[in-house]
Design a binder for this molecule. Structure first.
Ligand SMILES: *Cc1c(COP(=O)(O)O)cnc(C)c1O
Length: 356
């Protein structure tokens, strides 16, 4: 059977970026009030910026085409050439942003080997170099909330509070890559503005669990956002009638956090079903919508399982030779999760029969 086209995946757990814009979004986009965004004349974008600034408890915010640009702009604002960013080795910044911090921003990264993408305060303190004329200057602490490659874990509020106060003492800024910040807020019952109070800059992505087709909003102080706006223009991110885009993001916010809570519930349900399959282990706790699944003890590698899934119109993500990442999102129902787990079980048991 031919591999289905992307649009035909029956159950797509590759990423929460795989959602399609819902009917309400398409309608809102078609009817959006628009202006020239580059000139600050788009009312729908202005309103979105105001909503996200309020949500994150920051004075100002800036609509951007993507989260990658939000991270890069933040590096550009916070860091001079040769400055150092302290980040977990598994972070999206280190692995999945084409080296933009160094390539465009001129900053180097001191990677910490945390646990599930989260480093502790002792590791952080040890990473801060004492001032020396010939050493890189530590400038920015980088937090990914929730951790992506780390497995969807939530940075505990207490750790963030300590990190934030240590940074103040050492003269470092704090940036939160909040691609899934609202997942963390929902999982831990923390108001997003509480995270905002602990960071100099942070952003949320509308294309992950929030289900929009594009958009991220970066928030910070008035002066931070003023600088960010200049870099956005420099990078070619200033847009024209971007209210068409922002309208979809408004629908995401209007839908609230209930869909994220459902995604988390589905992820736990999936984890429970998969654990019942002989040879399957789940890395870490399942705190949000991401599962890292270890298939080593099944006798099949991740590619073989992925092939089996694909034949049935389903997929996860292959993470390593014996590891898969599965992400729930709003286009995945409870029934989909049950079907996926059943399929996974059949593939593993089929593999066992072959090797017996
Ligand atoms: C997806 C993601 C990004 C990048 O966001 P895009 O909108 O895809 O550019 C950055 N950080 C994390 C943790 C992500 O998951």
């Amino acid at each position: 059977m031919a591999t289905p086209m992307t649009a035909e995946w029956r159950i797509d757990l590759f990423s929460d970026t795989k959602t399609r814009p819902c009917a309400a979004m398409r309608r809102a986009m078609a009817e959006a009030d628009c202006g020239d965004e580059q000139q600050d004349e788009d009312p729908t974008v202005a309103l979105l910026n105001a909503r996200v600034a309020a949500l994150l408890g920051k004075p100002a915010a800036l609509f951007l085409p993507s989260g990658t640009m939000a991270n890069l702009i933040s590096v550009l604002v916070h860091c001079k050439r040769g400055d150092e960013i302290i980040a977990d080795r598994s972070s999206h910044l280190v692995n999945l942003e084409t080296g933009g911090a160094a390539g465009v921003g001129g900053a180097s990264i001191f990677p910490i080997d945390g646990e599930g993408g989260i480093f502790d305060i002792d590791q952080f303190e040890a990473a801060i170099r004492s001032p020396r004329r010939n050493a890189p200057r530590p400038r920015l602490a980088w937090v990914e909330q929730t951790t992506n490659l780390g497995g969807g874990l939530v940075w505990p509020l207490a750790t963030l509070e300590t990190l934030s106060s240590r940074c103040e003492r050492h003269g470092l800024a704090v940036h939160i890559d909040g691609a899934r910040l609202l997942n963390a807020a929902v999982a831990d019952g923390v108001a997003p503005a509480t995270y905002g109070a602990l960071a100099d800059s942070l952003w949320i992505d509308f294309t992950k669990g929030l289900g929009s087709p594009f958009g991220a909003v970066l928030a910070g102080s008035e002066t931070f956002i003023e600088d960010a706006r200049r870099y956005k223009h420099m990078l070619g991110g200033a847009m024209r009638q971007a209210g068409i885009m922002a309208a979809a993001c408004h629908v995401s916010l209007d839908l609230g956090t209930a869909p994220l809570a459902q995604d988390h519930k589905n992820a736990r349900r999936l984890a429970d079903s998969l654990r019942a399959i002989p040879g399957i282990a789940i890395h870490h706790r399942v705190e949000t919508n991401i599962l890292v699944v270890d298939v080593a003890a099944t006798g099949l590698d991740a590619d073989a399982i992925q092939s089996g899934l694909r034949r049935a119109g389903a997929r996860g993500g292959v993470f390593g030779p014996a590891t898969m990442r599965l992400i729930t999102h709003r286009d995945v129902s409870e029934t989909d999760v049950d079907d996926f787990a059943a399929l996974f079980g059949e593939i593993v048991r089929g593999g066992e029969r072959k090797s017996a």
